[in-house]
Design a protein around this ligand. Sequence first.
Ligand code: ZN
Length: 97
Amino acid sequence: MFRALIEMIVTLVAVYLVRQVLSILGSSFKGGFSGGSPSGGSAGAPPPRPPAASKLGELKKDPVCGTFISTETAFQKSVKGETFYFCSMQCRDSYNG
Ligand SMILES: [Zn+2]
């Protein structure tokens, strides 16, 4: 009675696994073969920019919990002329500089 169901599930899992393995093999094969960016240097298209960094400002370390946060999004607190950056209001409020 449940045999058909079990066979169907096994088939689905097998197909899923095969697809995962194929995609892993395919991506590693492509990456290793072209040696880096596949879309770099094509005519007309603007050069791809590296993600993050420039738009997100500088990374600073939260002195309370040690998390690195962007200066653009961090909670700031100035203590004796020095600016500190925090990941959250809780961290900012709990910091006694
Ligand atoms: Zn924090």
